[in-house]
Write a protein that binds this ligand. Structure first.
Ligand code: KMH
Ligand code: ZN
Length: 310
């Protein structure tokens, strides 16, 4: 596919995997999610991938009422593209998970492209004490998770959200998910240009090796030709190195505390913006430019911020 001139940085601000015990920097109140999202946008993120949390204990929430307080404030303070998660909390139904996107009609939302094991239970052994009661069980029991995204679920999400003209961030955690996406595209569910997030390093998905990135990209080239744009998310310690490789290959990048709590090996990031600043510096030092929100809208053919409902 044609090489893009500018690199889009997505920042995934809080997610639903990490918990408050794991890092004091992980935002979960409305104020902290707002502040960190705006700061990440100021640092160079043109897309903000957002989940909500219960503001009292940091547990993942798909209640639209937990999105509203920060969506309005982020829009007032920043031009960044808002991308709402439909992965939500991994064990919930697709009907619950799409409620925030169906309520607020953002420019983008995620669309997970296959059912899979999705586990972070090894993290449970690292902590003796937990800030909140729910955390230990939530993390430790994820070895029993099935992250359910059947063809029927994908169709239901796509058809329910179709009237909103939302561009999907197609989350592909393994090579089979690219074929699922191709099948759905051929069925008329998604229109070009599609935006694929290649995800590496989730326990249950493909591993974080550069060979795998090349394999995923070659497969996508073959399946989608010029009809796709792509980005890379490396989970945990693979975040910065895989983002750097992706940017050098002409792709876009995703960072943020949803995907990794680290700034460098063994050191916690102090904020989402710190990760954005770091990848921006690397991209610019290596001779590329970072896309503005306006440029990201053009590259991904988004509907525009005047068409959202928040
Ligand atoms: N947590 C990421 C690995 C979603 O929000 O739909 C995947 C993700 C899922 O961002
Ligand atoms: Zn997410």
């Amino acid at each position: 596919m044609a090489k893009q001139k500018k690199t889009i940085i997505t920042c995934a601000v809080t997610g639903a995997i990490h918990t408050p015990t794991m890092s004091d920097a992980l935002p979960y109140t409305y104020d902290d999610i707002t502040a960190q999202a705006v700061e990440a946008a100021e640092a160079g993120a043109s897309i903000l991938h957002l989940h909500a949390r219960n503001p009292n204990d940091g547990s993942p929430s798909v209640n639209p009422e937990d999105f509203k307080p920060f969506l309005q404030r982020i829009k007032q303070a920043s031009d960044a593209v808002v991308n709402l998660s439909t992965g939500g909390s991994l064990t919930l139904s697709i009907q619950d998970r799409i409620k925030p996107a169906n309520t607020f009609s953002p420019e983008m939302c995620s669309m997970n492209m296959g059912s899979m094991n999705f586990s972070f239970h090894p993290l449970a052994g690292r902590y003796d004490e937990w800030k909140f009661d729910w955390e230990k069980e939530y993390v430790g029991s994820s070895d029993g998770n099935i992250f359910r995204n059947t063809f029927r679920d994908i169709r239901e999400a796509a058809e329910t959200l179709a009237p909103h003209d939302i561009k999907f961030e197609h989350e592909c955690y393994d090579v089979g998910h690219l074929y699922n996406l191709k099948f759905c595209m051929d069925s008329g569910l998604f229109k070009a240009p599609i935006f694929i997030q290649f995800i590496f390093g989730i326990l249950g998905g493909i591993g974080p090796e550069v060979d795998n990135l090349i394999f995923m990209k070659r497969t996508a080239d073959r399946l989608f030709g010029d009809d796709y744009r792509w980005s890379v998310l490396g989970a945990g310690g693979a975040q910065m190195s895989l983002a750097t490789t992706a940017s050098q290959l002409g792709g876009n990048v995703r960072v943020g505390l949803e995907d990794s709590l680290l700034i460098t090996r063994g050191t916690l990031a102090i904020s989402n913006a710190e990760q954005v600043k770091k990848i921006r510096r690397i991209i610019e030092d290596l001779g590329s430019d970072v896309a503005t929100p306006g440029e990201a809208r053009e590259i991904l053919a988004l509907k525009g911020r005047d068409k959202v409902c928040f």
